[in-house]
Design a protein around this ligand. Sequence first.
Ligand code: GUN
Length: 296
Amino acid sequence: MTANLIDGKKIAADIRSEVKTAVSARQAQGLPVPGLATVLVGDDPASKVYVRNKQKACAEVGIASFGYNLPAEASQQEVEDMVSQLNADPTINGILVQLPLPRHLNDEAVLSAIDLHKDVDGFHPVNIGKLAQKGREPLFVPCTPAGIMVLLEKAGAKLEGANAVVLGRSNIVGMPVALLLVRANATVTICHSKTRDLPSITRQADVLIAAIGKPEMVRGNWVKPGAFVIDVGINRIEDPAAPKGSRLVGDVAFEEVREVASAITPVPGGVGPMTIAMLLRNTLHARELADQSSHI
Ligand code: GUN
């Protein structure tokens, strides 16, 4: 059996187009457009690219974006002051502090300083805490995990009672996606660097999420026939045969696993495009929350 490809690029484009339609409808009614502030501390090249892509995606759907840059040496106070200033600005509905922050900064304190109603990344400890609790609803769900859940739904995965295995326990992807899978009534196992005999665990997964940052670690014989496999990894590996001398691969050995799984995300074009699409959706939601509180 060869797996169905889960086309994240197409699914993300549909979401972006829904957001664009909603923003245009707001404009037609004379309502304010959503505004997103991006905060980049330092000049990490990958972070710069991510932030630029987020701003470009905002422009394409009519969301106003405001880029703020602080030097790599910025103090904790300077970063938190910037967040306070953005909290107070009514034209800004979403605040995105690009992670990772330089090592001397305390990201928990910075994320805690963001107004809960502007927490479009869903990383504020209160939003994550609510995500982890039964009967509580966070105002925002982190973008990559939310995008993964959309991909699983579109691919037709049945999550209730399914065995879901998450490789990786990061704050940005592994842990929040595990919480979302629990909320969808899956039986969830979280694996990490200390887990013993990973393949024996992944072989039981009806749904396998790979978010460990190790190129092509998940092999064909690690996967249960018919599983749904979501590959969050983006790793650049050397390949003399590739035009640039390197190419992007995921955490999953794609060619092997596609012969075993029933559905799989490609890299690139799987999870990646979903992160930005969900950020746009969250920013629109933040604007709608602001409408309610200001009774426009
Ligand atoms: N760094 C890697 N992924 C993300 C993300 O989704 N949001 C932010 N703010 N930083 C990130």
